[in-house]
Design a protein around this ligand. Structure first.
Ligand SMILES: [Zn+2]
Length: 423
């Protein structure tokens, strides 16, 4: 789990497995950073005929911690029972790494002759931002992905509908961008008995009150407009017309706007969100501290820039004594949906899941895909497994699990997509 990481043993295991199946494979050392553990990525390649540029299957080896208290089983035991693999990482993302690798070894076994190389890459450090994982590899080991044209990773998937409704194949083409921000107020430390009205803590609190009251602008970017138009047929009957023309409806139909924005997950796709998440100051009630600090998890719409947001934030806070600085920020580029890979996914959906809706999605979170989009690789978040909403809650939650059936269907769907793309 990460921290500290310690992905090396798993990378070795996967590489051994790939080599036994006849694939070219290697363990790729990555920086240990502050942790004193072994860190590495696993890489393997199924060589194609070289007519087209490679496709990368990206996953990650690290997982978030799990407090066994809330779990029905030991989260790190890897129990297989009742048709499920249970444990931390079953969905996010060891299950995906296994799905990718089995698709590759099965294609090798079948002697598939594809037009392009398929590259398996399972990286460390995704859960803490990926700087020592995918970030390191795109900076220092570009050779591992060659001149890749496409990449498939986590971020989207198949929403299994209740009976009577269509499954939704959500292919993430864009992500919101983080603009994590630190606010710092400084002053002189002293005895609190004489009052401390202008100390760092009250100044920070009033700045945060302004942040808390901030209403960010509602704005529909083209990727989001297209996504809701595609999903409109599945909406509540009174919402369908609005979803089909989201930007206009949010401006002209106040009742629709209220209903749409009441759903936080939807609202997050049409505005910058700001969560006040970290507060640090003081150690004792009778001491005015020298410094007070807060951190904000700000998520921008695709295309927006953190610098612009911070400039606006400085105006809102209107207190030059508060230092405002970014702690994690990158721009979010989106991938086009009109590509051979998207068409391959659509063709496979039509074949194995008739009636399913294939939707280019924007997601509110971010994944390692952004490192590759920045290189110009067309990157989609799409995991071929059929999950009802109740099971997606296992991601970073308790009782994470994936059915063996889903793993098997995921391997087969991945194979089909690669064949469709590489024939
Ligand atoms: Zn993940």
């Amino acid at each position: 789990m990460n921290p500290p990481g310690d992905e090396l043993p798993l990378a070795e295991l996967l590489v051994d497995f790939a080599r036994e199946a006849g694939l070219e494979a290697q363990v790729v050392p990555t920086p240990a950073g502050k942790s004193k553990v072994g860190r590495a990525a696993a890489w393997a390649r199924l060589a194609g005929r070289g007519r087209d540029r490679p496709v990368v299957l990206l996953s990650h080896l690290d997982v978030v911690p799990a407090d066994p208290g809330g779990w029905a089983v030991d989260p790190f035991q890897g129990l297989v029972a009742g048709g499920y693999v249970m444990g931390r990482g079953a969905l996010d993302a060891k299950g995906l790494a296994i799905t990718h690798l089995l698709a590759l070894t099965e294609l090798a076994r079948r002697d598939a002759s594809l037009t392009r190389d398929v590259i398996f890459l399972a990286v460390p450090d995704e859960e803490t931002g990926g700087r020592d994982g995918a970030g390191f590899l795109v900076r220092k080991r570009r050779d591992l992905i060659g001149d890749a044209e496409f990449l498939l990773a986590e971020g989207g998937g198949i929403l299994a509908a209740d009976t009577g409704s269509a499954n939704v194949w959500g292919v993430a083409v864009a992500e919101k961008a983080p603009c994590w921000t630190r606010l710092t107020a400084k002053g002189t430390s002293g005895h609190a008995s004489t009052g401390g009205l202008h100390g760092p803590v009250p100044r920070l609190v009033s700045a945060l009150e302004r942040v808390r009251r901030l209403q960010t602008e509602v704005r529909v970017v083209p990727d989001v407009e297209r996504m809701f138009a595609a999903l409109a047929p599945l909406g509540e009957p009174e919402d369908r017309a609005g979803l089909a023309t989201l930007g206009a409806a949010l401006e002209t139909d106040p009742a629709f706007r209220r209903r749409f924005l009441a759903d936080e997950a939807r609202a997050a796709l049409v505005r910058t969100t700001i969560a006040i998440t970290v507060l640090r100051a003081g150690t004792s009630p009778n001491v005015v501290p020298e410094e007070a600090r807060a951190e904000l998890d700000v998520r921008l719409l695709p295309g927006d820039r953190c610098d612009d947001f911070l400039e606006g934030l400085r105006e809102v806070i209107a207190d030059p004594s508060i230092r405002i600085e970014p702690i994690l920020a990158f721009e979010s580029k989106s991938s086009p949906a009109d590509t051979a890979l998207f068409r391959a996914i659509r063709a496979v959906a039509r074949d194995i899941d008739p009636g399913a809706l294939v939707v280019p999605r924007v997601i509110a979170g971010f994944t390692d895909a952004h490192y590759f989009r920045e290189l110009g690789v067309v990157s989609y978040g799409f995991v071929p497994r059929w999950l009802p909403p109740s099971e997606t809650r296992g991601v970073h939650g308790v009782n994470e699990r994936v059915s063996v059936d889903n793993l098997e269907r995921g391997v087969e769907a991945t194979i089909r997509i690669l064949e469709e793309l590489g024939r």
